[in-house]
Design a protein around this ligand. Structure first.
Ligand code: NI
Length: 660
């Protein structure tokens, strides 16, 4: 640990920051780079595959008062020497103007690990592959002579030391032909060609060429120029809020109805929600300290040589947040929209703005509650939700992350998977139980998209416990003479070893985070409930490379005692890493009773691709709910306005008639 002062340090407010949890600003990223340059850590060949905010100390955040400038802002920058492959990680205090620490990352030693890929390495890998005579011969053998537009994919190779490459910065590239610049690059897979690329040495260390499937040449373009005139049958559907939205925004702080939270964003996790509270009787009660989806894995179930090694970690290998889309009004988000811009560091450590990275709006959500008593007017209240979302595109796939906040105190996360199925090629009519044919000559390998949400809970404070609830059928007998009885059992998950759990739809299994200190009107600890939407866990075999590296995906739930160093469930550097994260951490078996509890919830989608997913996939959904369960003493939405008493002009042409 060494410290050195430079004159670039300054108070957070001089960088446009007013709260410890504010997003990184362009000025801070510039300052951090400048501090590293002065320290002599940045050469012409140095790149910044990762630059993240250092999460501020939790107690300091909780103690922070508005207007106070007395807090530190630091970043952690990963520095890659592209000429040698050397990797260092430097912590920089932008506030103090100092490099706080520098450490070497032992990327050449077990268990290895590499920083995420640089954007410039996508092009570099393609140049290296296209210059290789073996690859050129493989293309020529298939009759592909003009490779100007041929797409060579920059793919993370997984971790297979027996195949060579351990400890080196590698990619495996597959080839998709493109006949012209606008051609759908994913529609013409060149099956069987796998290039093993050493990015540091700048060479193809091995080229596999063992597929003789024909390249499918059908056009599968989906842009309006190619698909022809759009249908004209859909009438406009306008969302109007003549008085504006019901939320207010101050910097990154959002208040909507009873909810308050702070919007965060970084290059690896994308959207982060901080300090989520729900107002109850004039008190903003804490629910979640920090919520994000810091990792996901997309493992493939095809044993064929071009694909057995595929299990993409889209956050840790490709930087989900750095790949965020700039969202467009009327397409991505509809209605009265507020956008949040984000800034991440580019490959060279300079600020890269992502305008409109996060979108926030309100949506009508049908009916929240209703009852009709004979002879009385119907009581109906409309549900509405606050939507905070972003989309990231990683190669062929596009992922939406949509957080929903409801008037009844519920929080929902919905992930949306769309984009283009990662295809291979086969002789038309081929039966393949790992990769069904989805269009003539095009196969879609089976695969999973498994997300891991990190929920740093704070239900009425930091001291929380975790419980599991299961429904229990009671055998007919003295306790159940009529056979109708069933009950439920709650059990405490008292230690990390007990809190590695799987969902069970048969028992309606749910998990609770309970407060150590606060009780509700019926004398129970206040609590929030995690309701999973059960789906398959990681299908890869225990002991396989995918299972070792994506251990988080082997179970639906993990709970850990808060440690600020534990942010990424597959470890900080999962790229080409043997495996790290939740499995290792929880071997400490820390107690979880009245502790600062973090839930890690794995959920997702398992895809057997179908023709309807081609050539671009309709959105598929996955997610979970967090619901108050004994957190409040009654339905918190009794005071919602009764819109049926408003005039039709106030609620829209057909409004006001629904309940009359
Ligand atoms: Ni899929």
């Amino acid at each position: 640990m060494t410290t050195e002062t430079t004159p670039t340090g300054a108070a957070p407010s001089s960088f446009g920051v007013t709260h410890p949890l504010d997003m990184l600003t362009a000025a801070e990223i510039r300052a951090a780079r400048e501090i590293l340059v002065r320290r002599g850590l940045v050469e012409e060949t140095t790149r910044f595959p990762r630059l993240l905010p250092v999460e501020p100390d939790k107690q300091a955040v909780l103690a922070h008062r508005p207007g106070s400038d007395d807090f530190d802002r630091s970043v952690v920058a990963t520095l890659l020497e592209t000429g040698t492959g050397r990797v260092r990680e430097a912590v920089v205090s932008v506030t103090a103007g100092t490099v706080t620490s520098v450490r070497e990352l032992p990327t050449a030693e077990p268990p290895y690990g590499q920083p995420p890929y640089l954007f410039e390495e996508y092009d570099r890998a393609a140049e290296i592959v296209k210059a290789d005579p073996r690859w050129q011969a493989a293309m020529a053998r298939r009759g592909i002579t003009d490779t100007t537009h041929t797409f060579v994919t920059p793919l993370a190779p997984g971790f297979f030391p027996e195949e060579g490459g351990a400890g080196r910065r590698m990619m495996r590239s597959l080839t998709f032909h493109r006949r012209h610049a606008g051609d759908n690059p994913w529609a013409h897979p060149v099956e069987g060609v796998v290039a093993h690329v050493d990015l540091t040495a700048g060479e193809v260390v091995r080229l596999e060429d063992d597929g003789d499937a024909p390249v499918p040449w059908d056009d599968w373009d989906y842009t309006p120029e190619r698909t022809g005139p759009a249908r004209t049958s859909l009438k406009p559907l306008e969302i109007t809020q003549p008085e504006g939205p019901s939320f207010s925004v101050e910097g990154t702080r959002v208040r909507w109805e009873n909810w308050t939270l702070r919007i965060g964003f970084n290059a690896q996790e994308g959207l982060v929600l901080n300090r989520i509270t729900f107002r109850d009787g004039g008190e903003d009660r804490p629910v979640v300290y920090r919520a994000s989806v810091p990792e996901m894995v997309v493992p493939y179930g095809d044993p064929a040589p071009p694909r057995f090694w595929i299990s993409y970690f889209d956050a840790g290998e490709y930087s989900l947040g750095k790949n965020a889309n700039s969202l467009k009004l009327g397409c991505d988000c509809l209605g009265e929209i507020t956008y949040f811009d984000a800034v991440v560091a580019d490959d060279r450590g300079d600020p890269m703005p992502i305008p409109h990275a996060v979108c926030m709006h309100e949506e009508d959500y049908g009916i929240l509650w209703k009852h009709t008593e004979p002879g009385e007017p119907s009581q109906v209240r409309r549900s509405r939700r606050l939507v905070i979302s972003y989309f990231a595109t990683v190669g062929n796939y596009d992922y939406g992350f949509f957080w929903y906040f409801y008037l009844d105190g519920s929080i929902q996360l919905e992930t949306k998977a769309t984009g283009i199925v990662f295809a291979g090629a086969a002789e038309p009519g081929t039966e393949n139980s790992h990769a069904p044919e989805i269009a003539p000559g095009i196969i879609g390998p089976v695969h999973q998209h498994l997300f891991c949400a990190r929920l740093d809970m704070s239900v009425d404070g930091q001291a929380n416990s975790v419980e599991e609830e299961n429904l229990v059928a009671v055998p007919t007998g003295p306790q159940n003479p009529h056979g109708n009885a069933f009950t439920y059992e709650r059990s405490r998950l008292a230690r990390e070893s007990q809190a590695v759990r799987d969902a069970d739809s048969e028992t309606g299994r749910r998990w609770y985070v309970t407060s150590a200190h606060r009780r509700n009107a019926v004398g129970r600890p206040t609590s929030y409930q995690l309701t999973p939407m059960p789906g398959p866990r990681l299908m890869a075999q225990p002991g396989s490379s995918a299972a070792n590296r994506a251990e988080f995906a082997r179970h639906h739930l993990w709970a850990t005692a808060y440690d600020p160093a534990e942010r990424f469930p597959a470890g900080d550097y999962p790229n080409q890493h043997a495996g790290d994260g939740l499995g290792r951490w929880t071997r400490a078996d820390r107690p979880l009773t009245d502790a600062d509890v973090v839930l890690w919830h794995t959920f997702g989608l398992t895809h057997i691709p179908r023709p309807e997913d081609w050539p671009v996939m309709p959105v598929d959904y996955a997610g979970f709910w967090l619901k108050p369960h004994g957190f409040l003493d009654a339905n918190p939405a009794l005071d919602l306005p009764d819109w049926s008493t408003r005039s039709s002009r106030e609620v829209g042409t057909h409004g006001g008639e629904c309940c009359s």
